[in-house]
Design a protein around this ligand. Sequence first.
Ligand SMILES: NC(=O)c1ccc[n+]([C@@H]2O[C@H](COP(=O)([O-])OP(=O)(O)OC[C@H]3O[C@@H](n4cnc5c(N)ncnc54)[C@H](OP(=O)(O)O)[C@@H]3O)[C@@H](O)[C@H]2O)c1
Length: 300
Amino acid sequence: MRVLVTGASGFVGGRLCAALESAGHEVRAMTRRPDEYRGAGVPVRGDVTDERGLIEAARDCEVACYLVHGLSDRDYRESDARAARSFARACAEAGVRRIVYLGGLGNGALSEHLRSRREVESMLTCAGVPVTVLRAAVVIGHGGASWSMLLSLVEHAPLILAPPEARTRCQPIAVADAVRYLAGAVENPKTAGKTYEIGGPEVLEYTQMLRRIAALQGRSTLVLPLPVPLPRSDWLSGQALAVLSGVNASLAEALLGSLDTEVVVHEDNGITTLMPFQRTGYDDAVLTALGERAAANRTK
Ligand SMILES: NC(=O)c1ccc[n+]([C@@H]2O[C@H](COP(=O)([O-])OP(=O)(O)OC[C@H]3O[C@@H](n4cnc5c(N)ncnc54)[C@H](OP(=O)(O)O)[C@@H]3O)[C@@H](O)[C@H]2O)c1
């Protein structure tokens, strides 16, 4: 089938293009800079702020995957909602039969960032093209923003004073498993109109995730939970983490704002039965991400 993958130059999109291509699909890899694109699929120019261009990019595609966010911009909530609406209308106009989207997990009181991801879900349905929504927490793999922030903390701070919100529970997923679910959703029309929560096999507090990264690297990093909250500035912490991890500062701030929202699978809606496979454990996901980084550094 012919599939449009937006965010093709990104962390998840790049891997999804490769997976779909090796499964025999014709992949249109959408990016704002097709001349610089070196990944799988045929590069096609597209910007989610340009609806006419999106119609051309999506024309004759059966499925379109939406893997774009504007979290690096300060006013991302409004621009991401507008972009998702434009994308939905362009898909309808181009005759796309289904949209597949990867958003964020989280129940109860959602952070600004997670509320924005939910708004994108509903905007994508606005033009009548059925949408498959997958929701994930932290995706573990080399190049992932949340993963890079966790790793940089462990690698730069011998002592991490963890505020109470660092004990929030999270269900991380290996990027290979997230991509497997996305590719499965692309290939299975029965997923149209459904929402699936996806996660790895373990639920961990962020403090446990940090400790296990340190242990796997043989580091003696101390993660000390603080019993009381410290005065909190996501802006300041975002600036610091941006320097350490290379992640854009506004994106780091948006992600930190979600630290006290539990991101755990409550309702998988049958996806583990529909697409059964052995999910990667947290330690193996971390070791794979570290291996990918080492391989990337060798080829630099
Ligand atoms: N990473 C995680 O841990 C995680 C966890 C849960 C959910 N997700 C979701 O997964 C999706 C993909 O995330 P990611 O981590 O792969 O993101 P990413 O690595 O930051 O990639 C984002 C992509 O968006 C594209 N983009 C940005 N602005 C654009 C615009 N105006 N028009 C067209 N493309 C634009 C960029 O492509 P160009 O610059 O080449 O145009 C870039 O490749 C997002 O919806 C995110 O919410 C990610």
